[in-house]
Structures are given as C-alpha cells and as structure tokens.
Design a protein around this ligand. Structure first.
Ligand SMILES: NC(=O)c1ccc[n+]([C@@H]2O[C@H](COP(=O)([O-])OP(=O)(O)OC[C@H]3O[C@@H](n4cnc5c(N)ncnc54)[C@H](O)[C@@H]3O)[C@@H](O)[C@H]2O)c1
Length: 400
C-alpha cells in the first residue's frame, strides 16, 4: 500500500463536492485528493480552483495519478469507468445507483423510452452489468466501495448496534426517501439515470434495509438474510393530464416514474416496505422505521430536530443553510447542524479509506450493491406486471 492513498474524482458536480468534503475529514489514514475530471473543461477547472486540486483533461490521466478512483458521474457511466479503473489496478468507489440499464447499445437516443421498455431485459442486463463489475474487482484484487451513505448514517449504525447487542429479529421495515425533485439535468432521462424515483431515491432506504437484515444474526443455514421477492408499483403523477402544476415541484421528467413503492420479502420471510417519490414538499424526507421482535427504532436521517428555529422573514436567513430542498426558510424549520454527518458522508469515506488501507471489505460492499440492483430492477418488472410478485435473482450470474 502506498504511503498516501491518492484519490481521483470522476465528476465535478453535486456528488463530487460532498465527496471532496468527506475526504477532508478522514483521519488515521494518509489520504490526498489529487484531482478531478469531468465532461467539460469549464466544470473541472472551476472545481479544481475552488478546492485546490488538479483538473485532469482525461479519465486516463486521472487514473494514472490515483490509487482510488471515485466515480461521481451519472449512472450510465458507472460500469464503464469502474471497470476501466479496476483494470488499471485501482480501488473504486461508485456512487448510487451502482449500475443499471440505460438502453440498448447503439440505439438512437429518441428510440429508447425507459418507462415502456421491457423490464425483463432491463433486469437481466443490469445484473450482467453488476456481474462484470464484481468480476473486474475480483480479477484485479482491488476493492469496490458502494457509496451508499445511508449504510453509514449514524441513525442506521445505532440500529445496527441495537440489533447486534440485543440479538433482535427485524420483522418489518418501512422507509422512504422523497423530496420535491432532483436537481441534476441527467435525472429524469432513463438513458442517463437508469430509472426514476425507484432507482434514484428508493435505492437509499432499500440498501439500508438490506444492510440491517444482513447485520442480523445469520439464518439457520449460516447464510446472510437476503431479499427474496418484490412486489412494486410505479406512477408518473406529475405527467398525469389531471396534474395541476402549482410551481412547487420539479416536473420536466422525460421517461421516468416520480412515485414508486416496493414490498420486499426476505429469505427468512420477513418484509420491508419502501417508498420513493419526487412529490414531497418541505425538504428531504429520509427515514427508516424498524419493527423488531424485541424493540422498535425510528431512524430519522433528515429532517432531525436537534435545532428548531422560527424565522419571521425569508431574507433574514438568506445566508443560512437549513436543510436539503427546504423550499422556504420562513416560519418554523429544523436546520441541520451538520447535514453531512447525519447523512453518513464522512463516516462513509472513513470506512472506504480504512478498508482500502487495511485490505478489508467496506461495510457498503459490491455484494450489497448487487442485491440492491437486483431488487430495484425486479421491482420494475413487478410494476410492469401491475404489482405481481417477482423473485429477486440471487446468484452471481442472475439465475436463481
Ligand atoms: N448519495 C447521494 O446522496 C447522492 C446525491 C446526489 C447524486 N448522487 C449520485 O452521484 C452521481 C452524480 O450525480 P450528481 O448529482 O453529482 O450529478 P451532476 O449532474 O451534478 O454531476 C455529474 C458530473 O459528471 C460529469 N461527467 C459526465 N460525463 C463524464 C465523464 N465521461 N467522465 C467524467 N465525468 C463526467 C459531469 O461533467 C458532472 O461534473 C450519480 O450517480 C447520482 O445518482 C448521489
């Protein structure tokens, strides 16, 4: 292992910024962010200037100077960039969604419509993509970190501790990630994002649920508890002819759902209900409730009520950050004292840095990411069948 872990970031947008901030807080592992690359010279140079790191003109140059490549680019690029970095012998961190289905190779852009495209093909191809990424990691002997911050959120980690120390069994989980609409111009177009609310938001509480069920005492056969089936519905509420646009929600989605719900059963027969929407005002709405045989825990990621404040005039709070996607700062609000911390970002980069340095699996591993993708795309298949139950493919090659 090199003396200093050199990290290169692919992408210079929203995620790249909070990743950079997360790396600054890593302790006990010598780590340096060497630089960034992105699609346009303007965006990477602006990022380099703001954060004092190098702007690399190409992904290859970034790889050359890095021990870890952190992929903060849109989902349709994740597999390509991850495999390229692994083949160059680099550890890889991948933002959510781990991977997915982004349309047939070579299809004309306008010819692919994600919401009507056959979901059986999508599921098969998304799992094949996971398989190629996990295989590339195995062959290279390098680590894959899945940047699912919910795994590292203090509220979820507290529940993991409760589960482990009390030997509890989770019977039912219910969770949600929702807000008023994603900011990224890539989001809303399936060929860039790999899906809508289910993939873009549902992935978060879903992975946390899968993680907690894995953290439970293994089943009688010693195997971790994994997802078994899913029944799902998706809707496109802001594109309904009857939708009345009051100007409060993002509405310009091309071919994705803005509402999704998944009912997941696990291999031990217990269940989870996960919601994900672009329809919620009042800031991000991120929570997971755990109903166990010996306790009940409400994991609030955002908002939390560590601070409650009343602001009589909007302009008074002009320079004060309240919470993600809050909309208005007037009236009562619950400003986040440290939103990155409550979302688990610094903890995530700490775990990745240690796992690469100590050569161990990160808590948010490629295997967990693969199960997440398997549930998400099985959910789309179920939704295509109007909610019929679909078996989640569990084996490495996608065949049960
Ligand atoms: N975990 C979270 O809470 C969270 C939050 C937001 C986004 N994300 C994920 O992060 C990823 C990026 O999303 P974002 O919101 O930062 O999007 P964004 O649109 O803000 O930024 C995307 C960046 O990728 C760059 N890019 C495009 N093509 C590239 C290429 N070929 N090589 C290198 N860079 C390229 C763009 O130039 C841009 O800088 C997505 O996978 C998204 O789902 C995760």
């Amino acid at each position: 292992m090199p003396e200093t872990l050199r990290v290169g970031i692919a992408g210079a947008g929203f995620a790249a910024r909070f990743h950079w901030k997360g790396y600054r807080k890593v302790y006990g592992v010598p780590l340096q962010v060497v630089g960034v690359t992105s699609k346009t010279a303007a965006s990477r140079e602006a990022f380099g200037r703001e954060f004092g790191c190098r702007a690399f003109a190409s992904f290859e140059e970034l790889c050359e100077q890095s021990d870890v490549v952190d992929i903060c680019a849109p989902g349709f690029l994740h597999e390509r960039l991850a495999v390229a970095a692994l083949e160059r012998g680099k550890h890889v961190i991948i933002e959510k969604p781990f991977t997915g289905y982004y349309g047939p190779d070579g299809a004309k852009e306008e010819a692919f419509c994600g919401n009507t495209f056959p979901k059986e093909v999508m599921l098969r191809e998304a799992l094949a993509s996971c398989h190629r990424m996990l295989e590339a990691a195995r062959k290279s002997g390098k680590r894959l970190g899945y940047a699912e911050n919910w795994v590292y959120a203090p509220a979820i980690q507290k529940e993991r501790e409760i589960l482990e120390k009390t030997g509890g069994q989770i019977l039912w989980l219910m969770g949600d990630e929702s807000h008023s609409g994603s900011h990224s111009p890539y989001y809303g177009i399936w060929r860039f994002s790999g899906g809508g609310a289910i993939v873009g938001k549902g992935c978060h509480p879903l992975t946390a649920a899968l993680y907690l069920k894995r953290a439970e005492r293994p089943s009688a056969n010693g195997q971790p508890i994994r997802p078994a089936t899913v029944s799902a519905r998706t809707h496109e509420i802001t594109r309904l002819p009857a939708f009345r646009d009051a100007g409060c929600l993002r509405t310009n989605y091309e071919d994705i759902e803005d509402y999704g719900q998944m009912h997941v059963t696990f291999t031990d027969g217990t269940v989870a209900d996960i919601f994900a929407t672009e329809l919620v005002l009042g800031g991000v709405h991120n929570w997971l409730e755990v109903f166990a045989n010996n306790h009940r825990t409400r994991c609030n990621l955002n908002p939390i009520n560590a601070v409650e404040t009343y602001n009589p005039r909007e302009e008074l709070f002009r320079d004060i950050y309240v919470t993600e996607k809050i909309g208005t700062k007037q009236g009562w609000s619950q400003p986040a004292p440290d939103e990155d911390w409550q979302h688990g970002y610094p903890q995530e980069f700490q775990d990745f840095a240690e796992s690469f340095y100590q050569d161990r699996e990160p808590q948010a591993s490629g295997e967990l990411a693969r199960d997440t993708v398997a549930v998400l795309y099985s959910a789309y298949l179920s939704a295509e069948r109007h909610g019929a139950e679909v078996a989640v493919p569990l084996s490495a090659d996608g065949v049960n």
